[in-house]
Write a protein that binds this ligand. Structure first.
Ligand code: PMP
Length: 393
């Protein structure tokens, strides 16, 4: 009868309290957020265009430049998870019809190939099964064959547990007149990476791994070669939200005196990102890399002590931030991760994409990267191996 009266009642679930369990976040991310960063997210909101906010964004920019080891002016944090950075890089630097070469040795190359296809790129792939990597010779040959405008490679392949060797790839890309795009979502702060020295043209990461922020922001940086390509396009990028010409103004990277409104940045999540970058700056990159390696090696020893086998045989290829364990013979991987969650309030995960059914994954990143946490993982896994079903062979 009355058009203005509501017919849908308030949902009963929302009339109860928010309940969030305390968990050890020892999977491939998100990681636990330390109190200092949690406290930052609880600070009062200010406007996304207030001068104090612009100062915080400038701090973030410098923090990213340090973490990436770059002097690139075109360095910002995107208002979105790692995927927004994947899309931002491709949508700005590649025009429809252009050839792109994607290195696929796990989940992330697959995703980037899918994104590149959606924007109409002519996608070529270099493929290895999870655990594999590409030699510079293979990359050189593929670049010569396909003549791409951009080559993608994942530095920290979190689905396989590989830290891809990076030396020389940037030089190869220059020689073949192609941009090098690198994903460091799972490796930044956990394994050595030097954007400028390694001639990486575009680099991105996420807030929720070794930076220990909540998920939802993604640092990204473009060097002059990448800027030259993306700011001399024939067509505008199809995404307004991820258009770097607009974002560079919002982040004060375009040299113009005033910053314009583009979108409302996630103010609280930027506070958190600032603090995550501040902790990395205080710790020092080299100390952070060393700590991740030490804790990972301590974990490897303990895992082998339990009779488990590491998925990546070559020690030098292992990603220190995310360890992959071969699924022990006779066990159901789902039962193991469910057991650990139920009895130890701990997240470890199975594989992802092409590595599903091949691996268990343990991530000890940033604030979580402590030997005492490795001990907790080892206790939980020993317990799971004892209690989970083992099929009789
Ligand atoms: N790249 C890598 C290597 C990752 O590990 C992840 C997240 N697991 C992503 C990209 C995607 O990031 P997000 O889930 O934050 O979108």
């Amino acid at each position: 009868r009355c058009m203005s009266s509501v017919s849908i009642p308030p949902p009963a679930c929302l009339l109860g309290p928010l309940e969030v369990p305390l968990r050890y976040m020892f999977g491939p991310g998100p990681s636990n957020v330390p109190p200092r960063i949690l406290a930052a997210t609880a600070r009062p909101i200010i406007g996304h265009m207030h001068s104090e906010m612009f100062e915080i964004m400038d701090d973030i920019k410098q923090g990213i430049q340090y973490a990436f080891q770059t002097q690139n002016n075109m360095t910002v944090a995107l208002s979105g998870s790692g995927h927004s950075a994947m899309e931002c890089a491709l949508v700005n630097c590649v025009e429809p019809g252009e050839p792109v070469l994607v290195g696929i040795n796990g989940m992330w190359g697959e995703r980037v190939a899918e994104i590149a296809k959606r924007i109409g790129a002519d996608v070529k792939t270099l493929i290895k099964s999870p655990g594999g990597y590409f030699t510079n010779e293979e990359i050189d040959q593929a670049l010569a064959k396909h003549k791409p405008v951009l080559f993608f490679i994942t530095h920290g392949e979190s689905s396989a547990g590989i830290a891809h060797p990076m030396d020389g790839i940037g030089d190869l890309c220059r020689r073949h007149n192609c941009l090098l795009l690198v994903d460091s979502v799972a490796s930044l702060g956990g394994a050595p990476l030097l954007m400028d020295k390694q001639n990486i043209d575009i680099l991105y990461t996420g807030s929720q791994k070794a930076l220990n922020g909540p998920p939802g922001t993604a640092p990204i940086s473009f060097n002059d070669r990448a800027c030259k390509k993306m700011f001399n396009r024939k067509t505008k990028p199809v995404s307004f939200f991820l258009d770097m010409a607009l974002l560079s103004n919002y982040w004060g990277c375009d040299g113009k005196p005033a910053r314009g409104y583009h979108h409302t940045g996630p103010v609280s999540t930027f506070f958190a990102l600032r603090e995550g970058l501040a902790i990395l700056a205080e710790t020092g990159l080299e100390n952070s890399w060393r700590l991740h390696k030490e804790v990972a090696e301590y974990l490897y020893e303990g895992l082998e002590g339990l009779g488990l086998k590491l998925f990546v045989q070559d020690k030098n290829l292992r990603l220190p931030s995310v360890t992959t364990i071969a699924i022990p013979a006779g066990y159901n991987w789902r039962e193991i991760i469910e057991y650990v969650m139920k009895h130890h309030q701990m997240e470890i995960t199975g594989g992802l994409g092409p590595s599903v059914g091949m691996v268990l994954r343990v991530g000890l990143m940033g604030y979580n990267c402590r030997k005492t946490n490795a001990d907790k993982v080892l206790v939980a896994l020993a317990d799971a191996l004892k209690h989970c079903h083992k099929s009789k062979v």
